[in-house]
Design a protein. Structure first.
Length: 205
């Protein structure tokens, strides 16, 4: 026997059902993302004596993007890896001062449309800007990223162009000069190109 309700009650019922459907659709679309560190990479280039470039890495970092588009990258600066033990120790103690500042942090807001779950192969490019907190100093940094989605549901954020960090903006020129003198170099560039490949997995809803 068909269900029959007066007009007003039908409207109320339809609104209630629509609200339930919208609630589930919204909760699904607003799930956040968490970094998969085993598939991610964060590196920077140190240029010395004008023409010699060395690639360095951070081995311990985490990141997340929440359902409001707030993204955060946390770097354990003691995890810097240059493949030379003495250089690692000098960077940790002189440049990053890890005892006092064990972490560097980048925070930014991204449009939620950029980080929605999308079909595999979907790719977008975007200009982003965020706040870098390094050795207790905060400075705005900008860059361009490419965001694409993989068949396993993960999302990849690549640096389309290197992000240029000016160490002088963070009061690190004395540390750079000290490192240069200790290494017997003529120069070390104060502008440091940073590259990254960050792979995120979808949070459980």
């Amino acid at each position: 026997m068909p269900l029959w309700l007066p007009g007003t009650q039908q409207v109320i019922l339809m609104r209630f059902l629509s609200a339930i459907i919208l609630m589930f659709a919204t909760s699904s679309s607003l799930a956040g993302w968490t970094l998969d560190p085993s598939r991610s990479e964060l590196s920077f280039v140190a240029t010395k004596d004008a023409h010699v470039a060395d690639n360095h890495y951070f081995l311990d970092f985490s990141a997340s993007v929440n359902d409001k588009g707030k993204a955060e990258l946390i770097i354990k600066t003691a995890s810097v890896e240059t493949n030379i033990d003495m250089r690692d120790k000098r960077l940790r103690s002189i440049l990053f001062n890890v005892d006092e500042f064990p972490e560097a942090r980048v925070t930014l807001m991204v449009r939620t449309g950029l980080v929605k779950q999308r079909p595999a192969g979907t790719m977008k490019a975007a200009d982003v800007s965020g706040m870098l907190d390094l050795v207790g100093v905060q400075q705005l940094i900008t860059g361009r990223v490419t965001i694409y989605h993989l068949a396993d549901g993960s999302m990849v954020v690549d640096s389309a162009d290197t992000v240029l960090v000016d160490t002088e903006d963070f009061g690190l020129l004395p540390a750079i000069n000290q490192l240069r003198e200790m290494a017997g170099l003529n120069s070390i560039s104060v502008k440091v190109p940073v590259s990254f490949r960050l792979v995120f997995t979808r949070d459980q809803e």
